[in-house]
Design a protein around this ligand. Sequence first.
Ligand SMILES: [Zn+2]
Length: 102
Amino acid sequence: MKKQPQPEPETQVGVPVVERAAAVCLRCGWQWFPRVEHPARCPHCSSALWDTPRAQRLPGKPPPTRKGKARGASFDSESATRAINKRHAQNAQKPVDSDETS
Ligand SMILES: [Zn+2]
């Protein structure tokens, strides 16, 4: 069985084949081939923490809300309603003169 010489794929001279995995920025999702092994920052978003994932939030756990100490908004709604009623009372006392602009 004759073996025909297969033309070997010529490697481009001057362009070194980098067997380096592409770096992926965990912040902006940018993918690039870094020249160094551990680039200082992402070339796209220039984040120094490009290889550090964000604080993982456990699934099913609701994000922390700001209000948590105020247990029950009944007091706030009650005071708000009282303020609205007071404002209405003041408006009722004042005569609304709509013909003033004309
Ligand atoms: Zn980035």
